[in-house]
Design a protein around this ligand. Structure first.
Ligand code: SF4
Length: 439
């Protein structure tokens, strides 16, 4: 399997395995015996955890055979990233993850330690003989949670009632399959942070109004990259407020702004990426650091940084930095910690832009707490139960599932509705792939 920018993360003896232990009642019933075994280990360091995992995972992988693939996203707690690699798995960003099934038809079982929308994107592009499983169905993306289909669709319908078919949807990868399907139905496309500029540029060339969902910050940043003036943007609310907002309820000045807008930005955001400020950037730059940021950060932060780009862009910048280089990175905290540890081995200093050792700032970077709900017992339980032929249905990922991140419960679509979601969501994903890989 090929994944760009393999992280080459090294296991070290005193590495903490898990950043925090989840309470036992957070595990689904079938996984609790594994969690109890894990929590009974005398500590959670490699000397005890790795032999326990080896005892369970090696036989499970042998039983499942070469058709199984373990996957994780770069933002997973560093420990899971390291462990997934230890068992032959692969780490990728959301674009690379989405392509795993379609690029590897010989692989039949995909076990993903990341958030739900990432697993669902693999399932949308998978063929009928490929299965996708998620190690913890309670792992959701908070940005996606503020942009569910039942929130976006009323707003979209209202916009269509006002502007007719003169509007298309560009859906960031951090959306459910149902929202990706909406994008497909409108002739729009999916995008990721690595290709958002190309996809939005393509969408604007269609000469239609673009509804960009769900990240208002990425939308605003990409608008700037593609030459859309701030005056040509309209900011729609996010979450349930977005669902309740109506064109008829706008003030006259807001209505005029909406009428002339080229892009309408849904008002969701990532709490992890919005802790950064321009003052943070200036603080590190004044101390000789090159500051690189993810475009989910507010535009005012991106505007003053030395560079901005996707997770892969940031990882590549760290890997390619010469000895003695100093980089300050603004993105998810586990990613920055992994980058800092690995860069230190090569004499490169990496810091988190929000971690400023000055009490006046009182700021700290943070990790993606929902993605980190995947931990060693979840991985062990999922593989062991798959090998035994008794995997819980709760962990099986189908296109169109609507998941409660509180309970992990899924509302599944019937066959016909699911087929329609797959058809339309594939259109938007395939459009993204076509735009991205066009030379
Ligand atoms: S870091 Fe933010 S955008 Fe990424 S998965 Fe977590 S909550 Fe979602």
């Amino acid at each position: 399997m090929t994944t760009r920018s393999a992280p080459r993360i090294q296991l070290v003896p005193d590495m903490p395995i898990c950043q925090q232990d989840l309470p036992l009642d957070w595990y689904q019933e079938e996984f609790r015996p594994y969690a109890e075994e894990y929590l009974a280990l005398p500590d959670r360091k490699p000397e005890t955890v790795l032999p326990w995992m080896d005892r369970r995972i090696h036989p499970a992988l042998d039983a499942l055979g070469p058709g199984v693939v373990l996957l994780a996203h770069y933002y997973m707690g560093g420990e899971i990233v390291k462990l997934v690699e230890r068992y032959g798995g692969h780490i990728a960003d959301s674009y690379q993850l989405a392509l795993q099934a379609v690029r590897h038809p010989e692989k039949k079982i995909f076990v993903e330690s990341a958030v739900h929308f990432m697993a669902e994107a693999i399932a949308i592009l998978a063929s009928d003989d490929q299965q996708v499983w998620i190690t913890n169905p309670k792992s959701g993306c908070t940005m996606e949670m503020m942009a569910k289909d039942f929130m976006i669709e009323p707003a979209f319908e209202d916009l269509v009632a006002t502007y007719g078919d003169d509007i298309l949807v560009v859906a960031y990868m951090n959306t459910s399959g149902r929202v990706k399907a909406l994008a497909g139905r409108t002739g729009g496309a999916v995008c990721t942070s690595s290709n958002a500029k190309r996809v939005v540029g393509w969408a604007l060339e269609q000469g239609r109004k673009v509804l960009f969902v769900p990240d208002r910050h990425l939308g605003e940043v990409v608008a700037g990259w593609t030459g859309v003036s701030p005056d040509d943007l309209f900011f729609w609310e996010g979450g349930t407020a977005g669902a309740a907002m109506t064109v008829a309820g706008l003030s006259a000045s807001d209505r005029a702004r909406l009428d002339r807008s080229k892009m309408v930005l849904w008002g969701s955001y990532c709490g992890v990426h919005t802790v950064f400020t321009p003052a943070h950037v200036e603080w590190w730059r004044a101390r000789g650091f090159r500051v690189l940021v993810h475009p989910e950060c507010p535009k005012v932060v991106v505007d003053v940084a030395d560079g901005a780009g996707s997770t892969s862009y940031l990882w590549d910048a760290v890997e390619q930095a010469p000895r003695g280089a100093k980089l300050a990175i603004a993105t998810e905290g586990h990613f920055v910690r992994n980058a800092r540890e690995q860069a230190a081995l090569r004499g490169v200093e990496v810091v988190n832009v929000a971690d400023i050792p000055d009490p006046a700032f009182r700021s700290m970077g943070c990790g993606c707490a929902t993605m980190s709900r995947n931990d060693p017992p979840h991985l062990v339980a999922m593989l062991d139960l798959l090998a035994k032929g008794t995997p819980p249905d709760l962990n099986r990922v189908f296109a169109g599932d609507s998941v409660s991140e509180t309970t992990g419960a899924r509302e599944r679509l019937g066959d016909a509705e699911r087929a329609a979601v797959v058809r339309d969501a594939r259109r938007s994903l395939e459009r993204m792939i076509e735009i991205t890989e066009r030379r």
